[in-house]
Design a protein around this ligand. Structure first.
Ligand code: G1P
Ligand code: ZN
Length: 541
């Protein structure tokens, strides 16, 4: 066991979801070691305790896992469980932490950000209940990283990550486990696999795009082996360090092939994809893309069809920028509804306290209290289960939902990698004008309220301020502006627009068209294009 002298790196402040930087940054001597030691220094007594370790298979995954294990051993952990090949999806890691009563887990992933040697890398820490570390802990980790003077590490051979079984580093046991087995069992407990099998026998066809990211092995086992979908249902099922030169972000731009397939006359009935670390989901029914906000609302409205949620759900939560479609379901079914800041850590408190059963974000994240992370495959299985037991197709389910609850047209416009100073200035300017906006009339729309969202956590009473600027219109329309907390280059400005349409005859419009007025107003109010020096958004979802 060695003690290595080191110096702080100024930029080790975790963002929306862990510390995310370019691979090149994590390759700097001591960079990863400092951060890992800072985690162990801020998460309480670890002697003799258990650590779960795995990642999404991206470039550097294996090397950093070796460092995590050697530093964990030198810091006194009793044992570590590692997914074979260094693989663990984020929700599977959360499940293992809970099931095997670990002290916590380290998940190596930069989620949907690109991989490869010039891509991104990330380190996330999850606490004993399986949830992402709350802000209190991420702030401590950052504070430790800013005064670190040394780290402890075992000077030993690398661990063999590819064979199941036990190994040792000093006194720390290492168990290499099947990354899929326990997670697949959990899914089988939650959902009616028999009903889905019957649908398959009845001709139901499905396509899952694993994007050469972590969900491949999980999807092959669950969809093809256990459920019996034919081989070939799962495409791009092998995790690759650079995700096959693709961006493992399940949106309509990056899985265009899947989208086109689902829009074709002879395409499958249902399509889905997940991201780098398996916590996101993209849902496409035959002939219709289902927005994550609508998906959350529809899952909540149909949860009673699933045996796990038959007894009723305690409450639902959505992140502030997520559309208010689920609010309408909550109002009708009398569920409690919580509106949280962006980032899963805010949901975890509510899920853990048992006051929320389902939650979701507009950014393709949906989950429940079965683990304290968002869970891509869980959401897809919930859809498959609902389709199987209702006997309806996805398009009909969505249309009926809109008829019953109304449709929330919704879109997010991202201005990526803009100048960080310009982005901050744009937000500050807007912030300074918040007081003057209410009452302003723009065409037929009137601003009712404008504020910077602050969240009071009902479980631990913590307050999180500056979580995004909201412009709320009298008719329920909204525009939200916020800066991303996951980018690794410059700044990313996200603008979210939403408008409610109750009239069934007006529910089949093109989304961008339906939101045209709000899109123009967003630019007029914030001077986006001018201040960010961009002619149009980089990405529209
Ligand atoms: C983005 C999403 C957010 C999600 C996070 C982690 O964060 O917007 O909903 O929780 O990734 O997957 P952002 O870059 O907006 O801070
Ligand atoms: Zn992710």
């Amino acid at each position: 066991m060695q003690t290595i002298i080191t110096k702080p790196f100024a930029d080790q402040n975790p963002g929306t979801s862990g510390l995310r930087k370019k691979v090149k940054v994590f390759e700097m001597p001591h960079y990863a070691e400092n951060f890992i030691q800072s985690i162990f220094d801020s998460t309480g007594k670890i002697e003799g305790k258990r650590l779960i370790v795995g990642g999404d298979g991206r470039f550097l995954n294996r090397q950093i896992i070796q460092k995590v294990l050697k530093i964990a051993a030198a810091n006194g952990f009793g044992d570590a469980m590692v997914g074979r090949g260094g693989i663990l999806s984020t929700p599977a890691a959360s499940h293992l932490i809970r099931k095997y009563r670990a002290h916590g887990g380290i998940i190596l992933s930069a989620s949907h950000n690109p991989g490869g040697s010039d891509g991104d890398f990330g380190i996330k820490y999850n606490i004993a209940n399986g949830a992402p570390a709350p802000e209190k802990i991420t702030q401590d980790i950052y504070a430790c990283s800013q005064k670190i003077s040394h780290y402890r590490i075992a000077d030993t051979d690398d661990v063999d990550l590819d064979h199941l079984g036990k190994q040792m580093i000093g006194d720390m046991k290492i168990k290499i486990v099947d990354p899929v087995h326990d997670y697949a069992n959990l899914m089988e407990e939650l959902f009616d696999f028999e009903a889905i099998r019957r649908a398959i026998t009845g001709g139901f066809r499905f396509r899952f795009d694993a994007m050469h990211a972590v969900t491949g092995p999980y999807a092959h086992e669950i969809f093809e082996q256990r459920l019996g979908f034919p081989a070939g249902t799962v495409v791009k099922g092998q995790p690759l360090p650079d995700f096959g030169h693709q961006h493992p972000d399940p949106n309509l731009v990056h899985v265009k092939e899947l989208y086109d397939l689902l829009m074709a006359d002879d395409g499958p009935d249902f399509g889905a994809a997940s991201d780098g670390d398996g916590d996101r989901n993209l849902i496409i029914g035959k002939g219709i893309f289902i927005t994550p906000s609508d998906s959350l609302a529809i899952l909540a409205a149909n949860a009673h069809l699933i045996k796990e949620y038959q007894a009723g759900i305690a409450g639902v939560a959505r992140s502030m920028p997520t559309s208010t479609a689920v609010d309408r379901v909550a109002a009708k079914h009398k569920f409690f509804l919580y509106e949280t800041p962006t980032g899963w850590k805010f949901f975890s408190n509510l899920l853990d306290a048992g006051i929320v059963t389902l939650c979701g974000e507009e950014s393709f994240g949906t989950g429940s209290d079965h683990v304290l992370e968002k869970d891509g495959l869980w959401a897809i299985l919930m859809w498959l289960n609902i389709l199987a037991v209702s006997g309806k197709n996805a398009l009909d389910i969505v249309r009926q939902h809109w008829r019953e609850y109304g449709r929330n047209y919704y879109s997010r416009h991202d201005y990526e990698e803009v100048d960080a100073r310009a982005a901050r200035k744009m937000m500050e300017d807007l912030h300074a004008r918040l007081g003057s906006l209410p009452g302003m009339e723009i065409g037929s729309l009137k601003i009712e309220k404008a504020d910077d969202f602050a969240y009071h956590d009902p479980v631990d009473y913590s307050v999180s301020s500056n979580q995004g600027i909201r412009i709320l219109f009298k008719d329920g329309a909204r525009i939200v502006f916020r800066l991303s907390g996951t980018g690794t280059q410059g700044a990313t400005v996200r603008v979210y627009m939403e408008r409610y349409e109750a009239d069934p005859d007006l529910q089949e419009q093109d989304t961008q068209k339906a939101l045209e007025k709000l899109i123009t107003i967003a630019d007029e109010i914030a001077h986006l294009k001018l201040l960010l020096n961009r002619r149009k958004p980089t990405m529209i979802t």
